[in-house]
Ligand binder design. Structure first.
Ligand code: KIV
Ligand code: NA
Length: 274
């Protein structure tokens, strides 16, 4: 059975911490679910970790649709949330058009939007029309060129505004909210004030759940690991090792062997040679 927003919300109520992970394609969805991840995010972080850009800004709605389709083909049990990308939800009408495409064509089961009070009318509209919405506060990567990549809401006025934004999103119908790069103490306060789950990234252990980027957690890149991430393994190094061995064995004539080859009856070979 596939997880729903109610299953995720119930985890907060029962004190069961929520482990969310990004996935961008068919194999990553399959593997994440084999490992028991209850909620997947088709993040526009794909702009950086899949497409090789410096920000999420170049990611298009077409990209999101296509990659959400891939994830959905690999996913059976998790709640799949997809990001509405840069400037696809600037006003309610635009947001409805983008949401319709990402859900109907992409197959997304919930959508994530960045921003606080300013997007509340859009969140209200979407949730009133049946779209499960997740909020995203603190550092919001689609505003990276304006915000810079830095911890947000350290100052009291900004921290108060973030609390207001979180409460406003909950009231507007959001089923959960991501808190990115905010002080752990603030994230804990927000998590206690909200009845919907908070999902942190660089926001400390006081959140109801955590989200990590696939490539960061698995140690794919030899550089580029942000401070808020932990490399739980070194898959990049494993990949290099395996591919290097493949190259060596091809060069040495050790691959392929009979095990990877097909053969024909000896008499046919004889006829070919005659
Ligand atoms: O795109 C993404 O991966 C995200 C998470 C970092 C929350 O939005
Ligand atoms: Na994102």
């Amino acid at each position: 059975m596939r997880k729903t927003i109610f299953d995720i919300q119930k985890m907060k109520k029962t004190g069961h911490r929520i482990a969310m992970l990004t996935a961008y394609d068919y194999p990553s969805a399959l593997i994440a679910e084999r490992a028991g991840v209850p909620m997947l995010l088709v993040g526009d972080s794909m702009g950086m970790v899949v497409q090789g850009y410096d920000t999420t800004i170049p990611v298009t709605l077409e990209d999101m649709i296509r990659h959400t389709q891939m994830v959905m083909r690999g996913s059976k049990t998790s709640l799949v949330v997809a990001d509405l990308p840069f400037l696809t939800y600037g006003d309610e009408q635009t947001a409805l058009v983008a949401a319709k495409r990402l859900m109907q064509e992409g197959g997304a089961l919930a959508l994530k939007l960045e921003g606080g009070e300013q997007i509340v009318p859009t969140v209200k509209k979407l949730t009133a029309l049946g779209v499960p919405v997740m909020g995203h506060l603190g550092f919001t990567p689609q505003s990276q060129l304006q915000q810079g990549v830095r911890v947000q809401a350290k100052e009291i006025e900004d921290a108060k505004q973030l609390i207001k934004d979180a409460l406003a999103l909950e009231k507007a119908g959001a089923f959960g909210v991501v808190l990115e790069l905010v002080p752990a103490q603030l994230a804990k306060i927000v998590s206690e004030k909200l009845t919907i789950p908070t999902i942190g990234i660089g926001a400390g252990a006081g959140c109801d759940g955590q989200v990590q980027v696939w490539h960061d957690l698995l140690g794919i890149f030899d550089s580029k690991t942000p401070r808020h991430a932990r490399r739980f393994t070194e898959i990049g190094a494993e990949m290099v090792k395996a591919i290097h061995q493949y190259v060596s064995e091809v060069e040495a004539g050790q691959f392929p062997t009979d095990a990877q080859s097909a053969s024909m009856p000896a008499e046919n070979v004889q006829k070919l040679l005659n």
